[in-house]
Design a protein around this ligand. Structure first.
Ligand code: NAI
Length: 399
């Protein structure tokens, strides 16, 4: 079969396995020539390892200087009669192949990170594959649902505001168009449910479970990722349901930091830059901002993708001899270049003139779409998209 891109709204319904391989290789090549991570963790558990910031964290630790062995947990779909499977499925497979080529251990666990079963599998893997302990736990899950561990019912997150409804243009990647959409006000229940799904509770529960199992090394650290953004996006993000969940996560980092002090460990949140990932394309009314931001940061030479952000985080901020570099709230600000006043001034100027007719010229729509296609393994010059790929050959690839 010939695998072609299929996009529905903002969701990719197909992925190209060898394009995903190329995407992984491109990230590996980047970190190999970047400033190396010095003094980095050697045994790393990444929750949410198959795409976005989690995959980039894993690649940075394995190939960007630390030479870490890793366990990666993700929720992905393999090939079947219904389709070729998800991009993250192939990212896991090809990451592992590359890691093993350089003698590193890379264990992939594909399953629901919220379940007890996956927690047990991870503990077993730490014991069997990583010598019984990890030095770093990266928490990078992004999802819309989480089962209540007591009842099994699902909590569902919503992307809404908590103030007045916000009307803003929202992107459709299938039709390359912007359309007005209203971001409604969340109910108290919706806010609480979003905090359950995207806040810090599950992160804390993972750390508790790993502590009880005795698999956190002396000095073990943990990091989770957050977003704040500039004031123009506060109604949609920071003051919206997702922002509430992130505040919960920031508070969780404080609690975990105190707990981990018992073993000389630490917990941090890194506040990252707005980027195109499988998760972020869902945020309504956010696109004009990202399109303008990409345009300005590329012009200024300060634009970064997930891999550049993660390599800079671990190279320059996280493993410093003088301690982790944070702001006064103890947050690691990887959004520093995004929030630079001159960048934001230029972004606001572009956004003020952006309409459904001119967004492809005023903003960096070409770059945005290219990033989205690459997330799913499309748009790489190095890949032969006309090659005939059999389902059987894909089924033979195992994570
Ligand atoms: P992503 O969608 O690229 O990756 C999410 C990962 O979570 C994938 O590996 C997926 O398989 C895994 N996952 C989801 N549900 C799971 C489950 N039930 N069990 C096991 N694995 C599961 O997301 P992205 O954007 O990298 O997000 C990671 C974190 O970074 C999130 O906390 C997000 O809020 C944060 N962040 C994202 C920004 C962006 O612009 N994309 C900006 C700043 C922070």
């Amino acid at each position: 079969m010939i695998i072609e891109p299929v996009i529905k709204g903002v969701v990719a319904r197909s992925a190209h396995p060898y394009g995903c391989q190329q995407a992984v290789r491109k990230q590996i090549d980047y970190v190999k020539q970047a400033n190396p991570i010095v003094g980095g963790a050697k045994r790393v558990l990444v929750l949410g390892a198959s795409s976005g910031f989690g995959l980039a964290s894993r690649i940075a630790h394995t190939f960007g200087g630390a030479q870490a062995d890793t366990i990666g947990v993700s929720f992905e779909r393999g090939p079947s009669e219904k389709g070729v499977g998800s991009a993250g499925w192939y990212n896991n497979i090809f990451f592992k192949q590359e890691a093993e080529k350089v003698g590193r251990i890379a264990t992939n666990i594909v399953g629901d990170a919220f379940s007890q079963q996956v927690r047990q599998q991870v503990i077993e893997a730490i014991k069997n594959d990583l010598g019984g302990e990890v030095d770093l736990v990266v928490y990078s899950l992004a999802t819309g649902v989480r089962p209540n561990p007591e009842t099994g019912d699902m909590w569902r997150s919503v992307i809404k505001t908590t103030g007045k409804p916000v009307v803003g243009p929202t992107l459709n990647l299938e039709t390359d168009s912007l359309a007005e959409m209203t971001v409604e006000t969340a109910t108290e229940q919706e806010i609480a449910d979003t905090v359950k799904v995207m806040g810090g509770e599950d992160w804390a529960s993972w750390i508790e479970c790993l502590t009880e199992a005795g698999v956190l090394a002396q000095g073990c650290r943990t990091v989770a990722y957050s977003y704040i953004g500039p004031e123009v996006t506060y109604p949609i993000y920071h003051h919206g349901t997702l922002g509430r969940a992130k505040v919960h996560m920031h508070n969780t980092a404080e609690a975990l930091n105190s707990q981990l002090a018992n073993i000389g460990g630490q917990a941090h949140v890194a506040v990252c830059k707005a980027l195109v990932t499988k998760a972020s394309v869902f945020i309504p009314a956010f696109t004009p901002y990202i399109l303008a931001l990409f345009k300005v940061m590329k012009q200024n030479g300060t634009h970064e993708g997930c891999i550049e952000q993660m390599q800079r985080l671990f190279n320059a901020r996280f493993y410093n001899y003088g301690g982790v570099e944070t702001d006064e709230q103890r947050l690691i600000r990887m959004d520093d270049w995004e929030l630079a006043p001159e960048v934001q001034r230029q972004v606001s100027e572009i956004m003020a003139g952006m309409t459904a007719d001119n967004f492809t010229q005023l903003g960096d729509y070409t770059g945005y779409k290219q990033d989205f296609m690459e997330l799913n393994g499309f748009g790489f010059a190095e890949v032969d998209y006309q090659q005939d790929i059999s389902l059987e050959s894909l089924k033979a690839l195992q994570p």
